[in-house]
Design a protein around this ligand. Sequence first.
Ligand code: ADP
Ligand code: MG
Length: 619
Amino acid sequence: MQVLGCEDVNALVAQQVIIDLRSLIKELLENALDSGATLVYLRSCGTDYVQVTDNGRGIPPSDFPKLACRGATSKLDSFEGLRNIVAKGFRGEALFSIAQTCCLEITTKTALEETATRLTYKGGKLLSQELSTADTGTTVKVTDLFANLPVRRQDLAKTFKSQLSKTVQLVQAYALLEDTIRITFVSEGEGGQLLVEGMPNEPLRVRAAQFFGLELETALQDVDFPLGEHTKLTGVLLSPSRLHQPISRDMQLFYINRRHVYIPPAFKSALRNITKAFGLRNPIYALHLQIPPEQLDINLTPDKMEVRVLQEKALAGKVYTALQEFYQAGKQMESLPVLKRKLADSPVLGNEKRVKLERQEPQHLTAVITQLALTQGLPTKPHTAQSKSQTCTPPSPALPSTEIDKLDFLQRYFVQLKVIGQFNEGFIVTRLAPHSLFIIDQHAADEKANFESLMKTTEIHTQPLVVPQTLRLPVADQALVTQHLQTFANIGFHIEVRQDNSFHLLTKPLSKWTVFDTSDLYESIAHLKNVQFATDREQVAALIRPKKYRDMFASRACRSSVMIGTTLTTAKMREIVNNLATLDRPWTCPHGRPTIRHLFNLENCLARQYRPPQLANLP
Ligand code: ADP
Ligand code: MG
């Protein structure tokens, strides 16, 4: 064994800090924010260069000899200081890593100096130091990105678009929180454009809408929840009266003590559960938790995005209660009285299974399974009368534990299921050799088959607008929409981009009595952000369809499917089960109800029946 030389260790460490465009820009942006700047200007030009300019305090000449050395930082004196650190950086690794892996040029001047200085580094070595002209502040230019790391360099070239998109989201997240610093991010070179433009003087709600989607501006509400001494949660949430707003997945931002972080698990689960309970599939929020710094551990990963919070669960419980009160104030609560009472008793996660089961209609599959599992055999209770016109209800907040394990049950097994018979005129009982019993919801299964067929075959017509409608698109969305004009046209929204870079809607989709409007288009744009890198154009078009499309087909499919309460022939049951094998997503109906559940294993059931009595149970 040998001890690696200092240079080798340095090279190994350096390669782990700056791993892609996003981490490079993140470190430079954080340095600019830590410098007390009010203006930060970021530029990115393909794989050629990244440049970040700020009007902060600059770097004093006395720091030049140490600059870009490993562990060189002006933000932390000793490890002890970490407990109260407020600066975004503190590890003294970023400039060192950039100097090791790229070509680094720093031009800087403090208010005390007459002239600026430009320092150039390559391969970790200072190449030159010369006088330059610049205002107070710092410009860091990075060229020759990952020059000595061919794999990373090639990866950047190949995946530049997706890396840039992730970087834009990150810069947006920072710009959203900053109320005194204007952050601007542009891409330069061919097709260059303004990617992010912060609006520090606007209220948080307006800043959030700029990034989440302008149509959400009136739907977002500022919140301020005191959670204890020196502890509070502020930010924006979807207003209780707008819970059914179209949604996109990347609308969750979390900050702790002015740091943009991955939301800690207990908070994530509290937010997800409470929003689900109030009928919203994905939560929409930009929330800022402020806690005493000593209660936060930020030094878990080099990017400092992962954090641990002291008493995380207890605090998340308080967040849950605060949000519950907030949403209870909304109209939505009135329609869920049972759920409200149950959730009020629950801390973070609540007794979800009980809540869910109590919410099920008796005819619901889960209730049937519970009933069957309890009796360890096929039904003993007579079938309860169902209305022939019964339609689907959305599922309760989360699926119970009896949900089929999709990994174990492959889709092709559907054709291997042997139909045993019909239960309660609503469910098809089947057996997968040798001993597994499965139950299939006849309505949900047939409905999903009809739904997928309608989605694929129905032709959507378009309706030209007499007067084209002007679209208000956030800067970051404009580029995305321009790239996908044809995709939007495919789903009925023809958009025209004029010379002055204004966007106008020329047609809207139309199908029988369902009319679409601009809010549906904004929703599609939000979906597009999540799927823009899918290669198959048709797939993208399918994935960005607004919820109204799905609802329309779901309701048509529901009406034309076999209802609960209908007696089925064996042939019809076989057909319904076989159809599931051909679907894209056979596991749930369009409203989210499961189509199939594992009932139990007959072998276990038989073994249990013949088990001799336990000694301890004898009188
Ligand atoms: P850290 O941010 O963890 O201190 P960095 O390697 O990112 O480590 O930066 C090293 C030091 O260089 C900082 O502590 C700071 O003193 C100085 N520095 C870097 N960028 C800037 C900037 N934009 N403005 C002022 N000082 C800077
Ligand atoms: Mg730093």
